[in-house]
Design a protein around this ligand. Structure first.
Ligand SMILES: O=c1[nH]c(=O)c2ncn([C@@H]3O[C@H](COP(=O)(O)OP(=O)(O)OP(=O)(O)O)[C@@H](O)[C@H]3O)c2[nH]1
Ligand SMILES: [Mg+2]
Length: 204
């Protein structure tokens, strides 16, 4: 079985990637599976900058081809916040719970029609001797007034997807993959898959 390293420490993302790579018979590994601790500082101001930064840093460090994911939630009423700061919106320590509370407080009293938002995801593929490439996807939705569902991670319980008529956290990983920002970006990456499989094949 081929293996691909996703340059992430986020276990929720890892589950999304597993659902998306399973059909290709590719095993998903993340930075949590390595012995050394790697945490790249995200100094970029766009998803693309951060995705490239994470992929290139980890690829150079390990000398292999990796995929990174930089993603986040943009809420129109909050002028696009939390955006690239989604992971640590409520403070330096990453807490999905505290982030959700902060968003719900900021949107208190805002009617449904003005609670529009989208998830964005940029994937970067970097490898030795290869030009880094990026792929992006987005997913439109509405911020709920309270949490619904227990699947997924991050803001999934308060992100309602009109297409599925459920919150992201009420979807199975496969259902989420069909409509999510990450799924959309990965389908873009599909065109690059032969090249990607070639480069990860050589690192077995
Ligand atoms: O409900 C959600 N469903 C999703 O599908 C999703 N995708 C991203 N996010 C949010 O955006 C941050 C990413 O920030 P981020 O790209 O810097 O990742 P991260 O710091 O969590 O891990 P790493 O990959 O950097 O190691 C995450 O923590 C989440 O808060 C999501 N929330
Ligand atoms: Mg991060």
């Amino acid at each position: 079985m081929k293996k691909i390293l996703i340059a992430t420490n986020n276990k929720g993302k890892a589950k999304d990637f597993e659902a998306l790579f399973n059909p290709y018979n590719i095993e998903v590994l993340t930075l949590n599976d390595l012995e050394q601790d790697i945490d790249v500082e995200e100094t970029g101001v766009t998803f693309e900058e951060n995705a490239i930064l994470k992929a290139e840093t980890v690829s150079k460090l390990l000398g292999i081809t990796v995929i990174s994911d930089d993603s986040g939630l943009e809420i129109d009423k909050l002028n696009g916040a939390p955006g690239v700061y989604s992971a640590r919106y409520a403070g330096a320590v990453k807490s999905d719970e505290a982030n959700i509370e902060k968003v719900l407080t900021e949107l208190q009293g805002v009617p449904e029609a003005k609670r529009t938002a989208r998830f964005r995801c940029v994937l970067a593929v970097a490898g030795p001797g290869q030009e880094t490439v990026t792929f992006s996807g987005s997913c439109e939705g509405v911020i709920l007034e309270e949490k619904r569902g227990t699947n997924g991670f991050g803001y999934d319980p308060i992100f309602f997807n009109p297409e599925m008529d459920r919150s992201m956290a009420e979807l199975s990983p496969e259902e989420k993959g069909r409509i999510s920002h990450r799924g959309a970006a990965l389908r873009q990456l599909e065109e690059h898959l032969p090249q990607l499989l070639d480069s990860i094949g050589e690192q077995q």
